[in-house]
Structures are given as C-alpha cells and as structure tokens.
Design a protein around this ligand. Structure first.
Ligand code: BMA
Length: 319
C-alpha cells in the first residue's frame, strides 16, 4: 500500500477551508417558502458566480433557482422565481428535478446543465442547455434509471462528448463514463471509479462538481459513502483522469479530503452529508471555490488553492 513518509505527510482535510460565513445560503434567505436549499450547480456568468440551487418545497419536490454573487462568497441575490421547474410534458420529472451540474460547452457556446429527474420510474440523468439561465432547451433523459450524479466534460475529447454518471446496478453504485457524438445517444460505457471495499467510500461513490481541466489531467471531486450505526456519512475524495482518455484514472486519493464536521453539516434533514456539486476556479489567484449541500438543508462554501490540491493528488497512488 502507498505510504507517505511521515515528515512529508499533509493532512488532506486541511486543503479545503470552510468559508467563515457558512452556510452561505439557507431556506431563511429564500424569497418564498422552501424546506431546504442545497446541492447547487455553479458557473461563471458575466463575471459573476451563478448558483443554480436545488430548492425543496414543502411537498418534498425540488426545482432549481438562480442565486448570484459578485465574489462568489457573499451578497447573494436570489431570484424570486424558479429558473427550471418540473415540466408536466416531461413525465420523468413528475417528482421534481435535483442536483444540477453545469459546464460551459466550448464548441456549442452554451451552458449544459445535467440534473436528476425524479418520477415513479426512478431517478434519471437529464440534460438542458441554456445561454442565460432563463430560457432552457430540454433534451430529456439521457440514460435509463437508476442514475444520478452526472456531468458533461466542458469540451469534446477526440470528437466525442463525454459524460460521467452514477448508475445503480445490482445494488452497486460505481462511477461510470460514457461517450456521444451528439449529446443524445451514449455508448462505450465503463466503470472508472469503483467503490473501495472497507474504505470510507465503500458503499457508494458519485461525481461531485464537473471535471476541471488542468495540465496534469481532469481533476475530479467525488462523494463517497459509508454506512455507520448512526446513518450514512457522505465525504469527499479526489481523482485525476487522463486528459485525452478520461477512462484512465491516473491518481485517486486514499483519504477523504472533506467531510462533515461543522454543526450545519451534522444538523439538518440528512445529518452527516457534505455533497459538493459546483466549483468555480479563479485562474489568476488559483482559488478553487467549491459549493456543497450540507445535511441536505443548506449550501456551504469550501475554498482551496488549485495548485495545492494538484500537488496533494500527485502524491496519491495511481487509480
Ligand atoms: C444522494 C442524492 C442527493 C443527496 C444525498 C444525501 O443520493 O439524493 O441529492 O444530497 O443522497 O442525502
């Protein structure tokens, strides 16, 4: 097993620092009644940070609402109306839409939002594209249920779009990848990040925010789940995928780098959950801002330095 020499050991849970004013968004901030606001997608739009926040109403159904901030940390302006809500035309959305991930698709010059549609048929990965987060084109369900935690890569890789997703098959929940020429039809499926028996990520794994392109590879954050006597614990790990063949895992952290500690991560509808879904990188300062759902109730922000994260990952074992 890979071991760090003790004198070089860096506690990986110091890489991501909780923002002092966490939680940054709560149901009390909302301009209309909401039970929970969590698991937001994130994007830079006109120089501002835009969060597409999952809002759960008092029926237990979710929709997506925009919140904007100049610095991505404070002074959030929350829209009075949802941006994307379940559409009766799309039967797979009957019980709501959840957990968006956003990428700017370079070649199409628009944002792609992958989200979970929920209905009696089970959760499915759906796609919508938009330029302004007001008008959306829906592409419908991309893959059959049960499937969640999906994001596109921001660019084609060797002519094909690539999608990371997390189907549940025979009760097993591993991270998969698929490829497509047109965003609609997907193939070449395979597992890239499996659960690790015995480890903190033994029960389920799922993609966090969209993959981040770096010179060393695609940086991927993922959540890992372990069942405990007190319920599930959702923590966060890192992996690095090959730039031109993201089926290849170059590095994977043995340890988690972030997990429930703060009171708002342990007290809420689902205690013990840190669930990152959005990331924004400031290329100048190398600041990496990660937006996460805490206890399925509020939104938290964790800040890291991208180069430190990559340096840590380079010391991790190969996939
Ligand atoms: C997952 C999803 C997320 C949720 C998480 C923790 O399966 O349903 O929406 O945040 O569980 O409860």
């Amino acid at each position: 097993m890979h071991r760090h020499p003790l004198d070089e050991y860096r506690d990986p849970t110091t890489l991501f620092r909780r923002w002092e004013q966490n939680p940054i968004l709560t149901p009390e901030d909302w301009p209309y009644p909401a039970n929970a606001v969590f698991n937001p997608g994130a994007a830079l739009v006109n120089g501002e940070t835009l969060l597409l926040v999952r809002v759960e109403d008092m029926r237990g159904y979710s929709h997506l609402t925009v919140a904007r901030s100049r610095d991505g940390k404070g002074n959030w302006r929350i829209s009075r109306q949802p941006a994307l809500r379940p559409d009766p035309q799309y039967r797979e959305e009957r019980w709501g839409i959840e957990d968006p991930r956003i990428v700017w698709l370079e070649d199409r010059e628009e944002y792609a939002v992958t989200y979970v549609s929920f209905s009696p048929g089970g959760p499915v990965v759906s796609l919508a594209t938009t330029r302004d987060f007001m008008d959306f084109k829906r592409w419908g369900a991309l893959l059959p249920p049960e499937d969640k935690d999906a994001s596109l890569f921001p660019r084609r890789i060797k002519d094909r779009y690539a999608l990371i997703h997390r189907p549940i098959i025979r009760g097993e929940a591993h991270i998969w990848i698929a490829f497509s020429y047109d965003l609609q039809y997907w193939g070449d499926h395979q597992v890239i990040i499996p659960v690790r028996p015995g480890s903190w990520d033994c029960r389920r794994v799922g993609l966090g925010p969209p993959p981040i392109e770096t010179p060393h590879g695609w940086l991927v954050m993922y959540h890992g789940v372990r069942e405990t006597a007190a319920g599930n614990l959702y923590r966060v790990g890192l992996a690095l995928l090959d730039l031109e063949d993201p089926r290849k895992v170059i590095r994977r952290s043995e340890e988690w780098v972030f997990g429930p500690r703060a009171p708002y991560e342990h007290g809420g509808d689902v205690p013990g959950v840190t669930f990152p879904t959005g990331v924004v990188i400031d290329q100048e300062t190398r600041e990496m801002r990660v937006y996460y759902g805490a206890a399925d109730s509020v939104v938290g922000l964790a800040v890291a330095n991208l180069d430190e994260v990559l340096e840590y990952l380079s010391s991790c074992p190969s996939g």
